[in-house]
Structures are given as C-alpha cells and as structure tokens.
Design a protein around this ligand. Structure first.
Ligand SMILES: [Zn+2]
Length: 369
C-alpha cells in the first residue's frame, strides 16, 4: 500500500499577518519510479479538480505505486475565497488584474552556460542539475531584495514542487465547457492515454501557464543539446486538463476523470504491470492557432444554441441575442452563425453580455486523432 502524508505549505500572508497555506498530499510508493505532480483549483471557481483529487487519493490509498505523487487540491487560497455575491471570481488577482495562471517563473538566461558545462555529463546528472538550477533560481527570487508579487509567491511555491516532477497535471475547468486537454506538440502521443475527447496542441513556447513553465525549459534544453549533436533522453511532460464547467463539482464525473488520469499514470509506469487502459473513444484535435474565439457582435441577452462537443455546420445558429429595446425593429434578435463547420468547446457562463464578450470558443479546423 502507498503511504499518504499531508503537510501545509505557506504561500503568503494576509493583511493581519496570518499565513495563507495550502494542503499538500504526498503519496509514496515502495519502489522507485516516476515523480508526478498534480494540482487543482488555481483559478478559484474551477473546483472540479478537488473532487478528482479526492477520488485519486481514495484510490491511491488502496494501491501501491512506483515513485511519488504530490497532490495539491486547492492551489490558490486567495482565488478560492474571492467571492462576489454568490459567484466566485478567482481568475484574476483583484488588485492587479493579472491572471493567477500567468505568474510562473521563466528565465533561461543561464542555459548557454549550463549546456557548455554539461555537454559531456550523463542524462541522470543533467536531469538532476537542471532541476536543481531551476529550483535555485526560484529560491533566489524569493530572497530578492525587490520582493515578489502576491501571485508569484503562490506560483513559485507551487512550481518548486512541479519542477522536481517528470509528469505535471494542472486541473482546471472552462466557464461553461466540455472536457478538453492542452498538450504540448512534442507530447502528442500522450493525448491518447487520457479519456478527454477534445485536444488542443500548443506550441513549445512559454506563455505563462504552469504546463508551459514546466515543459518549455526542458524542451529548450533538449534543443540546445541537439544543436551540439547530443540527444538527451529525459522525458518531461505537462498538461492542463479542463474538466468541464466552473462553479460545480460532480463526484460521478470525478470518477471518470480519475480513470482518465490513472490511465495516463499507468502508461508512465506509476503502477506495476500497466493495469489501467484508456477508453476507446473518438478524440478530436485542434492546433492552438485554429482555436478561435467568437466575440459577441452586440450587447444583449443570449440564448446559447450550440452545446459542447456537438458539431455545428456552417450557417447553423450558435446563439441568439435579444436586444429588447429594439422591439418592433428587424434587429431585435440577432442570430450568430459561422461560415464554416466548427466544434464548440466552451461558452460564456452568463446569459447577459456586453458587446465584445467571449461568446464561444470553437475548434475551427479540427481533425480526428
Ligand atoms: Zn483555469
């Protein structure tokens, strides 16, 4: 049986000087194996990952694993408690407006020197020293005389755990959303291990989120070694899982989400004998550049006509917008449709929109995996 321990980690202090902490669960196997890091709820309203981690802990408590899994169900205590009326805001730092998921550490200015020093070192040494270097850079940032932003204190603390891991899963949800998965282009094969029907392939570039902050340094390192004729065999993968809609949890769905994650972990040899298989299902892929936002052309009240994961043919209505003040005129109702067939992935969570609201996000050009 795997051993599960719990610690509390400080990620900041509130106005009265009390520690803001997060619970960290560590599952240790009896044999050596991969290091896995899973976090959820960095965005305050995206709570489904809590139910998924609950389900994973229940299952892992009855199994033995290889290696170690670190799980953080509530990665951002500030975002989680950021309520306005009945709603949870929690996507942006309310003081600065910055997205909580865009404050991770990324600075590879030490890379050329590192490559120079390690070009003849074995893979295990490169892996150890590179992770240590990244971790050291974050530690240095914590001690910077200029200080860190509120969100950086949270994100760097989380990232110091993620940086040690071979596999990183960041559990989010969309606003009103289908399940979808962000996959780095180089890790395309792994999309088949998750039971997630919609897959977005993202370039191997840093845009601020945890998945990118995790895999981009290692990808860049392997490219720099390749330029010098050296192939590094170090596998590092990181994914963002969007597990449905915000502001809700479902234990039934969490069981399915846990099956999906267990299948991925199984293929990464976290369990002996690879016991969990992915579901047979049709998976659709889309390149990030073909993942398009439909902005509302008017203000008004919206009826969303297209459900997630249902193909919408060219010309078929996506939404209808009512502007009641135009009653008696032709434009009291506006029907939104697109000139091409699309796969809607998510839509705005409110039925009332300003002109320019992000009405839908759709796979514009998609393909079967
Ligand atoms: Zn999110």
């Amino acid at each position: 049986m795997a051993e599960i321990s719990r610690t509390n980690l400080k990620v900041g202090e509130n106005v009265s000087g009390q520690a803001q902490t997060i619970a960290v669960f560590t599952v240790k196997g009896s044999e050596p194996g991969p290091n896995v890091y899973i976090q959820a709820n960095l965005h305050g309203a995206e709570i489904q990952g809590n139910a998924v981690i609950f389900e994973l802990l229940n299952r892992l408590s009855e199994l033995d694993i290889r290696g170690q899994i670190t799980l953080v169900p509530q990665a951002n205590p500030l975002g989680l408690n950021q309520k306005s009326g009945e709603y949870t805001l929690g996507r942006f730092d309310p003081v600065t407006g910055a997205n909580w998921n865009r404050m991770y550490y990324h600075d590879l200015d030490f890379l050329p020197e590192f490559v120079e020093q390690h070009i003849n070192a074995d893979d295990a040494t490169v892996r150890l020293h590179f992770a240590a270097k990244l971790s050291q850079r974050m530690s240095d940032a914590f001690h910077s005389p200029m200080g860190l932003k509120t969100g950086q204190n949270i994100c760097y603390t989380l990232q110091q755990m993620a940086v040690e891991a071979d596999y990183v899963l960041d559990l989010h949800t969309g606003p009103n959303s289908s399940k979808h998965l962000y996959v780095p282009e180089y890790a395309r094969a792994s999309a088949h291990y998750f039971n997630i029907p919609h897959v977005l392939f993202i370039p191997n570039e840093f845009d601020g989120a945890l998945d990118e902050a995790t895999f981009v340094p290692w990808w860049t390192l392997s490219q720099a070694f390749a330029d010098k004729g050296r192939v590094l065999s170090i596998e590092r993968e990181a994914f963002t899982l969007e597990l449905g809609s915000q502001e809700a949890i479902s234990f039934d769905e969490a069981k399915l989400d846990a099956d999906s994650i267990m299948s991925y972990l199984s293929h990464k040899e976290v369990f002996a004998n690879n016991p969990y298989q992915p579901k047979q299902m049709t998976r659709y892929g889309c390149m990030l550049e073909d993942y398009k936002t439909v902005y509302s052309p008017r203000g008004g009240l919206v009826e969303y006509k297209a459900s997630h994961s249902e193909v919408i043919e060219a010309g078929q209505p996506l939404a209808r917008i009512l502007n009641i003040q135009r009653y008696g005129f032709d434009d009291v109702l506006t029907t939104i449709s697109l000139p091409e067939t699309v796969l809607p992935i998510l839509h705005y969570s409110s039925g009332s929109v300003l002109q320019g609201a992000e009405l839908y996000k759709v796979f514009y050009k998609y393909f079967e995996l």
